[in-house]
Design a protein around this ligand. Structure first.
Ligand code: SAM
Length: 288
């Protein structure tokens, strides 16, 4: 894979042709082909450590907290009692780290398809992989889609922290995956899935939201800012089985001191409420 030229790495993916994000590499810490994907870890001059899978940036030390905190706390704070949480994907450990911070979460189950991502993250990305040390966590290695088929009425919240819809994650963006998640939830459960950027992947955003709306009485797309993702923006589709859920207004609100004490750097109650306000052109597309 000829992605490393003159110490610069450029992301390449068929999902956003014609433009690229690049960063300067200080050191290639790891390169390996696992049974599922090509794994790279870099130390960089401006972003800290960076995890790349099949040529696509998964997380950088500089801005990973924005993604991990939002995909975790948006659904958790909309559920009155999110005691048992399932994470699908999340092999770097960052989502487990942040889910474990929520005061009402008692038990976390995680299913990640690629044991090598977990191993490499523990070695090179301990600031995220610390999540694997949580006493609340039970970790399985396997396919999240298959795992979901064998679990019913078990989880309060399901968070899908998958890679993009190429490679092993393709099934996690299909409508039947949302149907499987629905049956794995307890009554009034909530799901939250990575759902792409509206700048380059409007069809992905619309399709994922439609699949979610077809299965859940309440569903919406929420946005966050991640400078090292394509276009600097990514969103999540959130669905609730409780038709009274008001996604924009979390049932559990925290003061700034409380989020600081939990170790959060991006999420707060105001950011939660604002995340569901979308630019006009996005709202037109979603409503069309
Ligand atoms: N924050 C990242 C992003 O959106 O770019 C995702 C990070 S996390 C590293 C994504 C993980 O999803 C990877 O470790 C990958 O192995 C895992 N994954 C992909 N397909 C999966 C599947 N079908 N079941 C479980 N895990 C899967």
């Amino acid at each position: 894979m000829d992605t490393l030229k003159k110490n610069w790495f450029s992301e390449s993916c068929e999902l956003w042709p014609g433009s690229t994000f690049s960063f300067e590499v200080k050191e290639v810490l790891h390169e390996e082909r696992s049974p599922y994907q090509f794994i790279q870890v870099f130390d960089t001059t401006s972003l800290g450590k960076v995890l790349v899978l099949d040529g696509i940036i998964q997380c950088t030390q500089k801005d990973e907290f924005s993604y991990q905190e939002m995909i975790s706390f948006l659904p958790l704070c909309c559920h009155p009692n999110p005691e048992k949480v399932l994470i699908v994907g999340g092999g770097d450990g960052g989502v487990a780290r942040d889910v474990a911070k929520h005061p009402r979460v008692k038990e976390i189950v995680q299913v990640e398809i690629d044991a090598k991502v977990i191993e490499v993250s523990k070695k090179y990305l301990p600031f995220m992989a610390v999540g694997f040390e949580s006493k609340k966590l039970t970790l399985h290695v396997g396919d999240g889609f298959e795992f979901m088929k064998n679990h019913s009425h078990e989880f309060d919240v399901i968070i899908t922290d998958s890679s993009d819809p190429v490679g092993p994650a393709v099934n996690l963006f299909q409508e039947n995956y949302f149907a499987l998640m629905k049956s794995a939830l307890k009554p009034n459960g909530i799901v939250c899935s990575q759902a792409g950027t509206y700048w380059d992947s409007m069809n992905l955003v619309k399709n994922t939201l439609r699949f979610c709306k077809n299965q859940f009485p309440v569903a919406a797309y929420a946005t966050t800012s991640v400078p090292t993702y394509p276009c600097g923006q990514i969103g999540f589709v959130i669905g609730s089985l409780d038709s009274n859920t008001d996604l924009k207004n979390p049932v559990l609100e925290f003061t700034l001191d409380e989020v600081k004490n939990m170790g959060l750097k991006y999420y707060n109650t105001d950011v939660h409420k604002a995340a569901f306000s979308l630019p006009a052109f996005v709202q037109y597309e979603i409503d069309s």
